[in-house]
Design a binder for this molecule. Structure first.
Ligand SMILES: Cc1ncc(C[n+]2csc(CCOP(=O)(O)OP(=O)(O)O)c2C)c(N)n1
Ligand SMILES: CC(=O)[C@@H](O)[C@H](O)COP(=O)(O)O
Ligand SMILES: [Mg+2]
Length: 647
């Protein structure tokens, strides 16, 4: 359903059209764009508050800079809905985050205006610097390169790596720090305090405005005059801010803070900055959720609210949750509190995803032992390792996809040192609308190959609880293994999930269904699809044994010997990549032990899986119930019936 834009927005099919408008019309463009985002996200869902907060920045950037030749890199990209709507995707925006539709993040394949593909945070400075240096090498000194990075994304080490390099160059790079004091949850850390200090320093801001006016007047007097003014400005900034400006210390010219929601001032400042050479940073203050009351009031809830009634602000139930069963993240959140109340050594750590991982439940209940370290996955892992050396029982909760950023830390700081850190990887498997930058498909493969790492995946909420319980037991903690417990986004299958804890013997699987014709070995929640498939196959007269293997490492070798001796046709199933995943582990076992069964591996093949609803993606990969039934039928050859029934 197309949602009609306002009369100015309807005429803007590209930034060229925007730049034809008189500057006095920009406030109306912003109003129309903001309303268009509200109208669409309320109906189709997606990220919300961040895009509302940068409506003015989106309009001003495309108005002042000569996009697409001038390069805009949006950090994370969840705030780029305005950018997409202004760059020719207004009429297809209703397809945002749907199967075959627009991506929810900037994507090079999608538009020439999307200079860099994003989704994971803190990549904008490095990539924009790369573009700037490349432009200089081709002697293009006019092209502008702009990274728009939030205060949350600025907390990641990669951002500092980019600034460290940029400050030592004369690159034509503009970093726009979009400071709204929020990540998904309130932003944390010393940087946030520093930015608040700059923003609230009245003396500095008064001085800065005077210098700014002087700079503006002097601009007609040529470069040398400007240089004098900027030297005076730098000395005064240092004097007034009691310590040198962090960004200036890194060799970046710092400007601001300015009101990033004031389209007129913003346009004027950006225009001035165009003529200032070298790496610079503009500090913009914005309001996340600007222009929509509920989103300004509860910025975390409205980061990605899902579908809502734009009049009443009532949020509809999210599609990935079931009214009966809880979300896996909440099972994690409540279970870690339950365990931590009995085990005083338990601590919880999240890199900037308190509400996404539900560690916020522990942050509320036991704040002294629950830590949000900011968008800093590498730090989160090594910080966990440090705590583990002191005997703490560390639950480090990181989305599977974001764990990719801290892979060396898992090897170097945890496993080589034989530290029993408990990695809870939420959002493992196909996540759905966030698409390829967020699917958690590689963790089985990349964790399985590390020595001293156990890899587990529960089939349901009870199994998750038991794995968490087992990992914090002294019997595990006194060993030399870390453990990865991976589970998916969304709900499980057990309305009555608050079950008593039972220790899980590491490396053991369990038989779920008896069968004779073929065995399915599943890892993780896909076992529930497999269970339904077995029921369907039984109706076709096919008797399939189902085994929930629970661990990709160590494998349950005793059970595998029993299965390989009994079945000559075996299907493995995982919600992860086939290359090096659980199925590969089973094939390795078969080869190492001289078996020669016919094994079909079901999982995600060696391609990038785009975005869509989870069921669409499972179907595409053939790992939904129908896909499993189809594979079993193909394997057995049509028409095969069981030799005998075993109920
Ligand atoms: C490496 C990585 N870790 C975590 C996330 C999840 N994430 C998405 S947006 C966000 C908060 C970003 O805060 P900020 O950069 O300030 O942007 P804002 O939403 O405030 O506009 C987080 C933590 C991510 N996308 N990438
Ligand atoms: C943009 C980003 O990386 C986060 O907002 C992410 O989309 C959250 O994912 P969940 O919705 O699965 O918590
Ligand atoms: Mg922010």
């Amino acid at each position: 359903m197309l949602i009609t834009p306002g009369k100015l927005l309807a005429q803007i099919d590209s930034p060229e059209d925007l730049r034809k408008l008189d500057i006095s019309l920009l406030p109306q463009v912003c109003n129309e764009l903001r309303q268009f985002i509200i109208d669409n996200v309320s109906v189709y869902g997606g990220h919300f508050g961040a895009s509302l907060g940068v409506v003015e920045l989106s309009v001003a950037l495309h108005y002042v800079f000569n996009t697409p030749d001038d390069q805009l890199v949006w950090d994370v990209g969840h705030q780029a809905y305005g950018h997409k709507i202004l760059t020719g995707r207004r009429d297809t925006f209703h397809s945002n985050r749907t199967y075959g539709g627009l991506s929810g993040f900037p994507k090079r394949k999608e538009s020439i205006y999307d200079a860099f593909g994003v989704g994971h945070s803190s990549t904008s400075i490095s990539s924009a610097l790369g573009m700037a240096v490349a432009s200089a090498l081709e002697k293009n000194l006019d092209r502008q390169h702009i990274a728009i990075i939030g205060d949350g994304a600025m907390t990641a080490g990669l951002a500092f790596e980019g600034m460290n390099h940029a400050g030592a160059t004369d690159s034509n790079l503009l970093i726009i720090l979009n400071d709204n004091c929020m990540a998904i949850d309130p932003n944390v850390g010393a940087l946030k305090e520093y930015l608040t200090d700059i923003t609230t320093s009245q003396t500095y801001n008064k001085f800065r405005d005077e210098v700014w006016n002087l700079l503006g007047k002097m601009s007609n007097f040529g470069k040398s005059a400007q240089e004098i003014v900027s030297k005076v400005e730098a000395v005064m900034k240092t004097a007034i801010l009691r310590q040198s400006n962090l960004f200036e210390s890194l060799g970046l010219r710092y400007f601001g803070p300015i009101d990033g929601n004031d389209i007129s001032h913003l346009t004027e400042v950006l225009h001035d900055l165009k003529s200032i050479p070298g790496p610079k940073l503009l500090h913009c203050l914005t309001i996340k959720g600007k222009g929509y009351g509920p989103a300004e009031k509860d910025q975390t809830k409205w980061h990605a609210p899902g579908v809502f009634d734009k009049i009443t602000g009532e949020i509809k139930k999210k599609s990935y949750t079931s009214p009966q069963a809880p979300k896996y993240q909440d099972v994690f959140g409540h279970t870690i509190v339950e365990l931590a109340k009995k085990n005083p050594k338990i601590v919880g750590i999240t890199p900037a995803m308190p509400s996404g991982s539900s560690l916020n439940i522990m942050m509320e209940a036991i704040p002294e032992r629950a830590f949000d370290v900011g968008i800093a996955e590498q730090h989160a892992v090594t910080f966990s390792a440090g705590m583990a050396t002191r005997g703490d029982v560390v639950f480090c909760n990181i989305y599977s996809t974001f764990m990719q950023r801290a892979y060396d830390q898992v090897i170097h700081d945890v496993c080589i040192q034989e530290l029993p850190v408990i990695f809870c990887l939420d959002r493992a498997g196909l996540v759905g609308a966030d698409g390829p930058t967020h699917h958690g498909l590689y963790d089985i493969a990349f964790m399985r190959c590390i020595p001293n790492m156990v890899v587990a995946s529960p089939m349901n909420e009870q199994e998750l609880r038991n794995m968490m319980f087992t990992a914090q037991l002294q019997s595990f903690q006194s060993g030399k293994h870390a453990i990865t417990i991976r589970y998916p986004r969304g709900s499980g299958v057990m309305p009555q999930w608050e079950t008593d804890f039972e220790e899980v013997k590491i490396g053991t699987g369990r038989k779920v269904l008896e069968g004779n014709d073929l065995a399915i070995l599943s890892l993780g929640p896909g076992g529930n699809f497999a269970q339904k498939a077995c029921e369907e196959l039984r109706l076709q007269g096919i008797s399939v044994g189902l085994y929930d293997m629970r661990f990709a490492k160590p494998l349950d070798e005793a059970l595998l010997h029993e299965i390989f001796k009994r079945f000559d046709r075996i299907v493995t199933l995982e919600d992860g990549c086939l290359q090096g995943g659980f199925g590969s582990a089973v094939i390795e076992f078969m080869s190492d032990n001289g078996y020669n069964s016919n094994v079909k591996r079901l999982g995600v093949s060696d391609i990038v899986i785009e975005h869509g609803e989870p069921n669409e993606l499972y179907q595409e990969c053939g790992i939904d119930t129908a896909g499993i039934v189809r594979s079993v039928n193909e394997m057995l050859g049509a028409g095969v019936r069981s030799k005998r029934f075993v109920y």
